[in-house]
Design a binder for this molecule. Sequence first.
Ligand code: DC
Length: 218
Amino acid sequence: MTGLVVAMDGPSGSGKSSASRGVARALGLRYLDTGAMYRAITWWMLERGVDLADPEAIAARALDPILTLGADPDAPTVAVDGVDAAGPIRTAEVTAAVSAVSAVPEVRRRLVAEQREIIGSGGIVVEGRDIGTVVAPDAVVKIYLTASADARALRRTAELTGTTVEAQRAAMARRDTLDSTRKADPLAKAADAVELDTTALNLEEVIAEILRVIKEKA
Ligand code: DC
């Protein structure tokens, strides 16, 4: 398992984070949440008043924030310029703005390079939107998680406060459209990824199925 790279892609609410952490924990692998990196840069730009409606303004600052990621699946951490960002990157404000920032090629170029550096010689589960297609096209195991729009909205609503299933369904549909239609590295299923629909599965079942795929491929 030391050199293994497990690429986990899929839309928001498909269960990627819980499943990725569970698989990493079960196999003693590291864990990288690439969405947290895009969120951390978005938070940093919001804090500094960068105009997120202007891709050139985003590109001009793309290299400035310094990110530090901790890869323990039991306690993943993310800091920007040395400040813990774990809480702020999960706010509705960051969630609403992150697709605009992650569509900018200068941001992606920088983060893809950092992600490859963290992956290094492997032993890691990496979750995102473009891991199997762009970041780690040679990953031995690629999983593409999906779930029905209703199931995804229900899961997200249960995790958050002050929102409704309808509001979540609309917000997720908007983000999915932005993430899968952008020019730079859109959300996509790699041709050699195993697609897993998690709509009718609980977390333990999803993890068990992924472990089965890993055993078969690795
Ligand atoms: O997985 P998440 O919801 O935390 O990701 C937040 C956003 O970051 C998502 O809407 C799109 C972007 N993202 C991306 O463009 N590429 C990745 N590999 C991971 C996330």
